[in-house]
Design a protein around this ligand. Structure first.
Ligand SMILES: NC(=O)c1ccc[n+]([C@@H]2O[C@H](COP(=O)([O-])OP(=O)(O)OC[C@H]3O[C@@H](n4cnc5c(N)ncnc54)[C@H](O)[C@@H]3O)[C@@H](O)[C@H]2O)c1
Length: 373
């Protein structure tokens, strides 16, 4: 992630210092950046690969950050290590330097608390690969100065990114709202309602998502996707809405991490025959509407709890994870009543808190109104 973010900053015209505790990672970043910029030049996308390369300093000591006005940390996802590195970096940079974290799941407020000037700490959550994905979640900690938030939002726009503002809560916007895409799909599979190929077919062909949940989690890697789910679940004080699944945990335990290990939900071995979907339209509709209703409910509840504005919630899901449309827009197109009915029917069937509808969805349905009104 770090070298991708560095590429974005350098292409926007900044001088960039890259440092990693492992010097081999710095060398690798140098090689990758050279190759990437050369390829972009060959394709005619940039004119000045060599000139952009001169903007990088590949450092072997953290003290190289001395004159930086912004440090973006993208190190291992470990709170204690991040806190230590923030305290160390703060001792090196000037009082005006902004310190940002690219954490996907940790509390920005906790990281800021490790600093003497916590008001200069903020979350800037890029998506992978950073040069290609337009979205950046800007996450002020409880302590962040409003001027730092505004400067960072503007800076991200100057870098050609779409910046959305998210409250410092587990998963921010995307990693919170997207959970049912994986979790509810796995639940449907575990219950034997449909197999993985059929669920993937329903979500792509009928619902318009670029990848189905099983293809996507195999692609992300079950080590990453399962750990995010588990972290979000624990961070939400074990709210059953975010409960991880045993099917995915077992894949992780087996080392069936997805594409990268040759096996996940699907088998990627040469000659393996992919399972065929059962293209039953009415089954597919029931599956896709159940998952979409769960996703809409997450987005509506995030709006209800002021995690982000309605505009930013829809931008985050369309630009961060390429959803075919914003979930709040989807809710308006369906009407809140339809979404509520699906959830209430699931709740009546299962009596599980996982299917509780957001109070805002219920209110919108009652008033026959948009959830954004
Ligand atoms: N990979 C993604 O898709 C993704 C997306 C968004 C955010 N993030 C976040 O970005 C961060 C990095 O993720 P990644 O996937 O690039 O990880 P990674 O393991 O590929 O890279 C982390 C790098 O940090 C270095 N490092 C570890 N401890 C260090 C220290 N004390 N000082 C300096 N460098 C140190 C490691 O040597 C390694 O090169 C994490 O916080 C992750 O949650 C990752």
């Amino acid at each position: 992630m770090g070298s991708g973010i560095a590429q974005v900053a350098a292409m926007a015209g900044h001088n960039v210092v890259l440092f990693d505790a492992n010097s081999a990672a710095v060398e690798k970043a140098k090689t990758n950046l050279t190759n990437t910029l050369n390829k972009l030049a060959e394709k005619g996308k940039i004119a000045n690969a060599a000139e952009i390369m001169t903007r990088f300093e590949f450092a072997s000591e953290i003290t190289a950050f001395k004159n930086c006005s912004l440090v973006i940390e993208a190190i291992i996802e470990n709170l204690d290590i991040k806190k230590k590195v923030f305290a160390e970096a703060e001792g090196i940079v000037s009082n005006h330097c902004v310190l940002a974290t690219n954490t996907s799941s940790l509390s920005v407020t906790s990281i800021a608390a490790a600093c003497k000037q916590p008001g200069r700490v903020i979350g800037l959550h890029f998506f992978n690969p950073a040069p290609l994905m337009a979205l950046v979640e800007v996450i002020p900690a409880v302590q962040t100065e409003p001027s730092v938030t505004n400067t960072c939002k503007q800076l991200m726009a100057d870098w050609g990114k779409i910046a959305v503002l998210a409250k410092d809560t587990p998963g921010f916007i995307v990693n919170r709202v997207a959970r049912p895409f994986y979790g509810e799909a796995i639940r449907i599979y575990e219950e034997g309602i449909a197999d993985i190929a059929t669920i993937d077919w329903a979500m792509t062909e009928l619902a318009g998502f670029k990848m189905g949940p099983f293809t996507l989690t195999d692609y992300i890697g079950h080590d990453v996707n399962y750990v995010v789910t588990e972290t979000v679940f624990q961070s939400f004080f074990y709210d059953p809405r975010y409960k991880p699944s045993f099917s995915q945990k077992r894949l992780l335990e087996a080392g069936w991490l997805g594409r990268k290990s040759g096996r996940g939900f699907y088998n990627y071995a040469e000659g393996a025959v992919p399972p065929e979907a059962t293209k039953d339209e009415s089954l597919g509709k029931a599956i896709s509407e159940r998952i979409i209703a769960m996703l809409i409910n997450e987005a509506v509840d995030a709006l209800h709890l002021n995690i982000a504005s309605a505009k930013d919630l829809d931008l985050a899901m369309t630009k961060g994870v390429n959803y075919p449309k914003g979930l709040l827009q989807w809710c308006d197109e369906w009407g809140a009543e339809k979404c509520l009915t699906i959830l209430d029917n699931l709740y009546a069937e299962y009596h599980e808190d996982r299917y509780r509808a957001s109070a805002l969805l219920r209110k919108a349905a009652r008033n026959n109104a948009s959830v954004t009104q």
